[in-house]
Design a protein around this ligand. Structure first.
Ligand SMILES: [Cu+2]
Length: 68
């Protein structure tokens, strides 16, 4: 089963920020796709199984941003 969740990330200001967030979240096991939108802060993550919010938060922090 594929799960899609929209997270909100603060601090993204351009396409480079989006790419950093996409790259880190893509490394979480089970993640199959990530879309990031700096205009709204929306990050849409599709995965094979529900993700641990703490893992998503850690990946976002690794990229230099924060979940809101
Ligand atoms: Cu940027």
């Amino acid at each position: 089963m594929s799960e899609t969740t929209t997270w909100t990330v603060s601090g993204m200001t351009c396409g480079h920020c989006e790419a950093s967030v996409r790259e880190e979240i893509s490394e979480i096991p089970g993640v199959t796709s990530v879309e990031a939108h700096h205009e709204t802060g929306a990050v849409v993550v599709t995965s094979d199984a529900p993700l641990d919010p703490a893992a998503v938060a850690a990946a976002v922090e690794e990229a230099g941003y924060a979940l809101t």
